[in-house]
Design a protein around this ligand. Sequence first.
Ligand code: BGO
Length: 270
Amino acid sequence: MTLKIALVGNPNCGKTTMFNDLTGSSQYVGNWPGVTVEKKEGKLKGHKNSLITDLPGIYSLSPYTLEEVVSRNYLLNDYPDAIINLIDGTNLERNLYLTTQIIELGIPVVLAINMMDVVKKNGDRINVQQLEKEFGCPVVQTSAVKGVGSKEAAYKAIELAEKGEALVPKPIFSKPIEDTLETISALIHEQVDPIRSRWYAIKYFERDEKVLAAHSLPDHVLKNAETTIREAEDRMEDDSESIITNERYEYIEQIVRHSVHRHEKKLTIS
Ligand code: BGO
């Protein structure tokens, strides 16, 4: 059986560098079906029964750009066995926005913090154990350009893929929003894969048009979901998509505060 590993991350986080290092000459390049977005796949060196797919660089799993749609369709419909989420350690705040969404898919994840050579050079420290606790997944520090940590991240992904245990995402939003998501989950549970129920509940809450179009839920379910969403929007005095975005950033801010120790730069007067 071929183990499918997806490599996911923001543009410029070092994905191509890591992908080349992991797959070497076994890689082949084509296009994703129907679109002119490059698709790169290859076998992990020394693992004949593996297939690593390098997904387009994205900032979010929203349905707004071609790259986002390609990436999330692959993650939802092609059932990769594990994900390596590569993030730029010098810009955790921005990169973790995508991580919080990837974790919600229920697929096993290895979080690879790249550019660690730069992080260390800056005198900063990242608490790996704290991040592992927060996200419930293994965290590996890498420097893809130097070939450090990449194999470890890939082997961990293979290990998770072989185990085949779903990742259970933790609640990260405020109590009223978590309650609302639970109500929506209960409403849609017959229509969606239970492993992805949190992801779909959030997408329904955000009124994600592509998800709504793909499922054609019964009218009474849609009506009840809409009433639940409106109640939350009235209470929070904001639209549902902004509520999720803002609360994600609040959560990330708190994680970064607890897990990153930044070197204080002293001002020198010359
Ligand atoms: C250039 N550490 C450091 N310091 N740099 C890294 C690391 C790392 O761990 N990993 C990758 N890079 P991509 P996406 C470049 O191309 O893999 C560098 O978009 C340059 N190019 O070498 O392309 C990597 O696939 C001229 O840098 O990322 C690359 O995710 C001057 O990060 C860049 C300096 O990596 C993006 C760098 C002409």
